[in-house]
Design a protein. Structure first.
Length: 554
């Protein structure tokens, strides 16, 4: 399992092996990946007939049946015993919009209106939650990170209290490359982590201060995304292990709260970037009453397996989400969110890669799973469920490779590794790219935390080395500025809109090349004996080591 110790030798060997993947045993597999095949599946899955592939709807069920039929046609085995389906229990919770947040103290009380100043709710599957005069504590960034010698909860008990936290992490705030990862967001900067840590600390309510630059999006994204129906996994404890309230306040609201406490928000924020920071009780109380409307539903992950020849109990996973946003009948005109690029493309890629791997001469030593997960758009729910209830043991899972919303603008000289530097999987991509005469590069905006926004992240949280390869920007024909412009314009015009439909002007030649690269990476993992590792600074390394190298009992 030691890869870095003899890195130069290992990389030479890896590059030679992957370059050799162009030999006779891989020729049929590589050439079987075609734009025509991909287009056929994309057109089907993104058609109006599938109604936007929302989980738990007729369109979602139609998607599941299509995937099962394709995996059966290819000759894959069911991934869940004798079934291709893994049931995922979902719950939709809608908070009453009268859930205003009241902060009181020092003879004053201020109401922060739901939507405009405060947004949030509860994951608890209950009819109502009540936060009544809960003590308010400022916990800086709300981070406990032993590998960075950081603990914002040191020497404070927040059980039953309301914690207020800053968004992102101290590295972004200071732009100091020696602090966390500088400008690049770490796992600890992601709001999902902050809410989970607050729950582990026993907080009754967890509130993040929104600021546009460190969040990477304006308040309108929070207001629209955190009000109205919210979908969650339904755990056996009805999510009662979570804090009763999880939410956000605006920057302006935070300033007024600190002023009420006789403090200066901007000054206290500056102290939070130091390891010497200690949590600050504000001498205020928080109250909010949330009434819920609850709707339960079920959807399915679709799992198909190509068994390995000598070590079938070890598995490499290719993952993509099959769902999208469904239909919105309140819209004028086109009401269907077809999700052609996001993520009929990735779903089609699973089918195409599955077909390609069956054409590898001699097969692979390890098994390969093709996992189409549900409810990614609702918060990576299908992949999170798989990671908590895996069909293969995590200690036998070599790695997970995610495909989501890839390139539609032709061939590129580069390929993007989202979250580069997290694990040894990067080296497999670099070697495969070199074999194609291309380069692998890091994402251009690491501060936005894209590594934490797609399904590979669920595997990472569970300790499994995870890879997310995105399209490059350096267009073979038009250069890097043109390629970046196309990507940015598509996001601003079509992302999560009904206009995300298949277009005959799409050029999938670059997508084909990316999938051929991933085929090489998957092949190398499936015929190898190593288990790639996380980098030493990774927040996920200790999770992996806890079950790969458990401490010896005394």
């Amino acid at each position: 399992m030691k890869f870095w110790t003899m890195q130069s030798i290992a990389l030479i060997a890896l590059a030679a092996t992957i370059a050799g993947c162009g030999g006779a045993n891989m020729d049929n597999a590589l050439s079987s990946i075609t734009a025509d095949d991909l287009i056929k599946h994309i057109k089907t899955l993104a058609s109006d007939e599938y109604e936007g592939r929302f989980p738990g709807t007729p369109g979602g069920e139609k998607t599941e049946r299509y995937l099962v039929s394709q995996f059966q046609r290819i000759g894959l085995k069911p991934g869940n015993g004798d079934s291709f389906l893994q049931e995922v229990p979902l719950v939709e919770i809608t908070a009453n919009p009268n859930a205003d947040l009241v902060i009181a103290g020092r003879g004053r009380a201020i109401t922060y209106k739901y939507g405009s100043s405060f947004a949030g709710g509860t994951r608890r599957v209950v009819d109502a939650v009540q936060l009544d005069q809960s003590d308010v504590v400022f916990v800086g960034y709300g981070i406990v990170a032993p590998e960075y010698e950081w603990d914002d909860y040191a020497n404070v008990d927040v059980t039953g209290k309301t914690v207020i936290m800053l968004v992102n992490d101290p590295g972004f705030a200071t732009q100091d490359e020696s602090l966390f990862r500088g400008n690049a967001m770490t796992y600890y900067g992601r709001w999902t982590y902050k809410f989970e840590e607050a729950a582990r600390q026993g907080a009754a309510a967890a509130i993040i201060v929104h600021e546009t630059a460190p969040a990477g999006y304006p308040w309108s994204v929070v207001e629209n995304g955190w009000t109205g129906p919210q979908s969650y996994l339904k755990r056996q404890d009805n999510n009662l292990s979570r804090s009763a309230v999880e939410g956000w306040i605006t920057h302006e609201a935070a300033r007024s709260i600190f002023t009420m406490a006789g403090r200066d928000y901007e000054a206290d924020k500056k102290t939070a970037v130091s390891r010497e920071f200690r949590a600050l009780p504000l001498g205020l109380s928080a109250s909010v009453a949330i009434q819920n409307e609850i709707r339960r539903s079920r959807s399915n992950n679709v799992a198909a397996v190509l068994p390995g020849t000598t070590r079938p109990d070890e598995v490499v996973i290719f993952v993509a989400h099959w769902d999208h946003l469904g239909r919105d009948e309140s819209l004028d005109g086109d009401q269907i969110y077809n999700g052609a690029r996001d993520n009929a493309m990735g779903t089609a890629a699973l089918i195409e890669l599955a077909q390609a791997f069956t054409r590898v001469a001699g097969g692979m030593d390890r098994s390969i799973m093709f996992l189409a997960v549900t409810a990614e758009e609702q918060g990576l729910l299908g992949s999170a469920y798989y990671a908590s209830d895996p069909l293969y043991p995590l200690e036998k899972t070599v790695g997970a490779i995610n495909i989501d919303a890839s390139g539609i603008w032709g061939r590129t000289k580069d390929v993007t590794v989202v979250g580069m530097g997290n694990s040894e999987l990067d080296e497999y991509v670099k070697a495969a790219a070199r074999a194609q005469g291309r380069t692998a590069r890091a994402e251009s905006e690491p501060e936005k935390g894209y590594f934490f926004r797609s399904d590979h992240f669920s595997f990472a949280k569970a300790g499994v080395p995870a890879l997310y390869v995105d399209n490059g920007h350096d267009s073979v024909e038009y250069g890097p500025e043109w390629g970046k412009k196309q990507s940015d314009e598509w996001t601003s015009v079509h992302y999560h809109r009904p206009s995300d439909e298949y277009d005959d002007t799409w050029d999938l030649s670059g997508f084909v090349e990316d999938l051929q690269l991933l085929l090489r990476v998957g092949y190398e993992l499936a015929v190898g004996s190593d288990f790639p590792e996380w980098s030493k600074q990774s927040a996920f390394r200790s999770v992996r080591e806890s079950y790969m190298n458990p401490p010896e009992s005394s």
